[in-house]
Design a protein. Structure first.
Length: 231
């Protein structure tokens, strides 16, 4: 058995989804074509009080799958929602629970012994010296990803830090996946299907022809994803 990391998209569901919800979803898909295509999808039910029956989940899944989405789990679900979701093949992901605060004691307690603090994880860079083929996913949990070669269409590069591609970047590149807004993406030739930094992204349609097949780097500025050519 091997552990494997994947990037999933959380889609909020408000109440029992009807035609209006799916119409709004279609508008979102038009703005970001290809972003949700074949991507693992988690349904966030924090605001979905009216969705707690198997028939409702089956209707929602049918609407999502016809739009190319791949829902596989729910989060923030009640017990009834978990049961209905399980009936249509969705897994319930558990969220963290709040811990009760310790009660104050009238008697002073002895000072606890100092507990050694764990060392900060060391940043590590993943170096790939061969072309990344379609369907491959390269992931760096604690550092950068450096690819000395090209990234094929359908491949995915995911990094806690920066992404460097010294070749053609044709697949997806996601930097700062744990929220690092200082992360950057560098590409020798930008032909990407999607690039993202700390959750903000641009698809190939949004990137346009201005930066196509040019050496560029991307970064966040004023809550926007900027792309500039490398001089």
């Amino acid at each position: 058995m091997r552990g494997r990391f994947l990037t999933a998209v959380a889609l909020p569901v408000g109440g029992a989804p009807g035609a209006g919800y799916l119409a709004a979803l279609d508008d979102l898909l038009k703005q970001s074509p290809g972003f949700f295509s074949d991507a693992p999808l988690i349904l966030d039910l924090a605001e979905a009080e009216g969705l707690d029956a198997e028939a409702g989940f089956a209707q929602l899944l049918a609407g999502l799958r016809t739009r190319g989405m791949v829902p596989f789990a729910v989060q923030n679900a009640s017990d009834r929602q978990k049961a209905a979701a399980a009936a249509v093949g969705l897994t319930a992901l558990s969220a963290g629970r709040e811990a009760a605060l310790p009660r104050k004691s009238a008697e002073p307690e002895a000072a606890p012994e100092a507990i050694p603090q764990p060392e900060e994880p060391v940043s590590t860079t993943v170096l790939v010296t061969e072309p990344v083929r379609s369907g491959q996913r390269i992931y760096s949990e604690r550092g950068d990803v450096v690819v000395v070669g090209s990234v094929a269409s359908g491949a995915e590069i995911i990094a806690h830090g920066n992404v460097h591609v010294y070749g053609r970047l044709r697949g997806r590149a996601l930097a700062g996946v744990h929220g690092d807004e200082s992360a950057r993406i560098f590409a020798q030739s930008l032909e990407a299907e999607l690039i993202a930094i700390a959750g903000l992204y641009k698809t190939s349609e949004e990137i346009g022809d201005a930066f196509a097949q040019r050496p560029v780097h991307a970064y966040l500025e004023d809550d926007a994803l900027r792309i500039v050519p490398l001089k």
